[in-house]
Design a protein around this ligand. Structure first.
Ligand SMILES: [Zn+2]
Length: 748
């Protein structure tokens, strides 16, 4: 038992192609995985990172694997050859490099003629006796034997079983090839083994013939190209049954289980497998291969998407449906991973993210939107484990086969789907599938396909999806939003104000700003709801959205489409203020909703801001500001303090204040009586034409003191009277608003 646990941890590190089995304690499990990974995964990651495309001077046209196996003996591979049909990609090619690890090479032939070779580590350099020009086809046969140190195992389970798993790069440990994902070609697999062992492998069974020594020779052949890591064989005493998927074509589905597991197998597979094939065929395109199937083995982890013959850990087939998502995941790999293969492992999210999101699609088909959400929640939880332990991009992730390419990959597709809309998203996937069928793909290729289907918007043209892939695939992490809302107005004039901040740290290649549409669900008072979307592309932003009615509540991302953390800081959900001019000041009235303990009030003019009232004012109220410094235009800023310590600022519009006009007045001249000069004061209630003159008692105008347009307000003038004779005079002020008089006595 203890051995089994250790094996699970180590192999989970190396095997990318399965969703890990749900651990009892995820965090602790992950720490153990990391400890195990340190030994080999770093070494492998370095290998991928420094990968030189040595094989680009040829490519593989066909694989033929010939293996004579002695289960339980040494060497396990008693006799074998790999015959590769190759095509030269340059003129004068005189040597090629292949890979074969930890096995004894006995002979190498080129076009049946023995040749010289050099094995350095696992790199096998083969001399071509005759140089091959571009386009020339030639056969290289590498004969070998030995006990594989990886990739192929003998186990005593079920009375003895031989099984393989070349993923991610251990195919070279049991056959000779250029062990890279993109090196895809059809394969023939010929296995000679004891009669007690039933054999299954990729593609379709061509023949099963008896040979000497109580053995039989079984030949499988793939119709379509296959990557080296997807080539498999599994041999034991199998119970085999066949079902069919009736889709675009009739596809045989072969199940190979241990004797006694048949009832559990029927319970697990007979509904789920053809159903998920139908769901995927509808959305992704026709099932890509000539056959489908599953075989059980002691595979130390969940499953492996071997092309047309998925490998499953036997204990997953319990008959209770507990692990159905793994079976669905591996079947989705037939489209994503097998038919369209990540070019190298740095692109592994193209295999794993797609297969993992396919679990979501299946659950959605079965259980509606709740099924989608529930599966995404599981993926979110696992993403958090991976992200918390080692944040890194899903392109070239570290660790290469951690949780991130699976579960963040799934979420990236969920976001891409929401951005594009279901119609364009699935049309794009089907197009990408058809474009790259039986070949390899990269993130850039996928991005180009999305650009063909996305409609673009006012922020980005339809030929630009860099912004999406840069932040979600080539960079790491997720946005962390803090937000709150408030409303102003009411009924059909309601305005929703949204304030959003992004507060994520930029450590570990996390973008300072994630640019994404963000949905908010609005529930209206008295029923009804709607989803409004804002485009957030700054660190801090505020949005105003016109609504049709009073708001009951606002929910962040109600559809569960966005990979993020979000914290609602709304304590004041309604706030508005208005100002109006009165004779003796400006009247501010305000109203707030939520948990408000008080409001601060500040007056603003062109010069600055002043606090109007030292103490907190009530959550709703009126305040007459009599302390205006003069006539002018003013607005008011209010700060509402909520009980939780948060604040919300809101403002009034501007209002003009004018001092009320003074009454028309003409003061008694001073001094009075007077002999040489007098001072005359008068008030004008408005600006306009003025006539101020002096008359004698006979009614003759003797002096004009002021004539013409004057401004409203107080005026003062001095009048020299030395030339006038003594007597009584009348001063008369005439304006558009009326006339006033005063008497003046001149004494000598
Ligand atoms: Zn997988």
């Amino acid at each position: 038992m203890r051995y089994a646990v250790i094996a699970l941890l180590l192999l989970a590190v190396l095997a990318p192609a399965h969703p890990p089995i749900e651990p009892e304690d995820p965090a602790d499990w992950w720490n153990q995985v990391l400890a195990g990974r340190a030994i080999k995964s770093l070494e492998e990651a370095a290998l991928y990172a420094e990968y030189e495309p040595l094989a680009e001077n040829y490519h593989t046209i066909h694989y033929e694997l010939y293996l004579v196996l002695d289960p339980g003996s040494s060497p396990l591979i008693a006799d074998a050859y790999t015959e590769l049909e190759l095509e030269s990609d340059l003129d004068g090619l005189n040597e090629i490099v292949l890979e074969i690890a930890d096995l004894t090479v006995d002979q190498v032939r080129v076009n049946s003629v023995p040749t010289t070779w050099d094995l350095d580590g696992y790199e096998l350099t083969v001399d071509l006796p005759v140089p091959m020009d571009e386009g020339f086809l030639f056969d290289v046969r590498v004969e070998y034997h030995g006990d594989p140190s990886d990739g192929m195992w003998y186990d005593t389970a079920n009375g003895g079983i031989v099984y393989t798993c070349g993923c991610p790069s251990a195919s070279k440990n049991w056959f000779c090839c250029w062990d890279q994902n993109y090196e895809k070609a059809p394969a023939t697999i010929i296995v000679t083994i004891d009669d007690d062992y039933d054999v299954t492998s990729n593609g379709h069974l061509v023949s099963d013939v008896p040979v000497s020594g109580g053995r039989h020779r079984v030949t499988f052949e793939t119709r379509d190209a296959i990557a080296p890591y997807l080539i498999m064989l599994s041999a034991t005493d199998y119970s085999h049954y066949r079902d069919y998927f009736y889709g675009d074509a009739t596809i045989p589905i072969d199940y190979y289980v241990y004797p006694g597991m048949e009832d559990d197998a029927h319970a697990e597979f007979d509904y789920v497998v053809p159903t998920c094939m139908e769901v995927f065929e509808d959305l992704f395109g026709s099932y890509p291969f000539e056959r489908a199937g599953y075989s059980v083995s002691p595979l130390p982890y969940g499953g492996m998407e071997h092309q047309t013959c998925i490998s499953l850990l036997a204990s997953l087939v319990r008959g209770d449906g507990h692990y159905y998502a793994i079976f669905v995941h591996e079947m989705a790999h037939m489209w994503w991973g097998d038919a369209v293969t990540a070019h190298t492992w740095v692109e592994c999210w193209l295999n794993e993210g797609f297969a993992t999101y396919s679990e979501v699609i299946y659950d959605e088909d079965q259980d509606g939107d709740q099924g989608r959400r529930d599966r995404l929640q599981i993926h979110r939880n696992r993403y958090d484990i991976g992200d918390n332990n080692n944040r890194s991009p899903i392109y070239d992730p570290n660790p290469l086969f951690g949780y991130l390419p699976y579960y963040k990959g799934s979420w990236v597709l969920n976001m891409l789907r929401h951005l594009m809309g279901d119609g364009d998203f699935y049309a794009c996937l089907a197009d990408y599938q058809a474009d790259r069928l039986y070949s390899w793909a990269t993130t850039e290729i996928l991005k180009n396909n999305t650009e063909d289907f996305w409609d673009g918007n006012e922020h980005h043209s339809d030929s630009d999806m860099d912004w999406f892939f840069d932040q979600w695939v080539y960079l790491a992490g997720h946005p962390e939003y803090e937000w709150f809302y408030w409303t102003t107005g009411s009924g059909p004039d309601t305005v929703l104000h949204l304030h959003l901040d992004q507060v994520q740290s930029t450590e570990h290649e996390t973008p300072y700003v994630f640019e994404m549409p963000v949905d908010f669900g609005v529930d209206y008072d008295g029923g009804g709801d709607e989803v409004v979307t804002v485009w957030m592309d700054e660190r801090s932003q505020e949005f105003e959205i016109d609504l049709d009615g009073d708001v009951e509540s606002v929910e962040f991302d109600p559809g569960y489409w966005l990979l993020c953390d979000h914290e609602d800081h709304t304590a004041v959900d309604h706030a508005e203020a208005h100002v109006s001019a009165l004779e003796d000041g400006l009247l501010v009235d305000w109203d707030t909703g939520g948990d408000v303990v008080g409001v601060e009030l500040y007056r603003r003019d062109g010069l600055g801001e002043a606090k109007v009232h030292e103490l907190l004012l009530p959550a709703a109220g009126r305040y007459l500001d009599r302390s205006l410094p003069g006539e002018g235009s003013y607005s008011y800023r209010l700060v509402a303090h909520a009980a939780d310590g948060t604040t919300l600022e809101f403002s009034t519009e501007s209002a003009d204040w004018r001092a009320p006009g003074e009454p028309l007045a003409l003061a008694t001249p001073f001094p009075n009586p007077s002999s040489d000069q007098v001072t005359v004061h008068f008030n004008l209630s408005g600006s306009g034409s003025v006539d101020l003159a002096a008359y004698d008692l006979a009614g003759r105008r003797v002096a004009t003191l002021a004539l013409g347009d004057l401004a409203a307000g107080r005026h003062e003038l001095t009048w020299n009277i030395q030339d006038l004779p003594a007597g009584v005079y009348i001063l008369r002020l005439t304006t558009g608003g009326g006339a006033l008089t005063q008497r003046l006595v001149i004494a000598r």
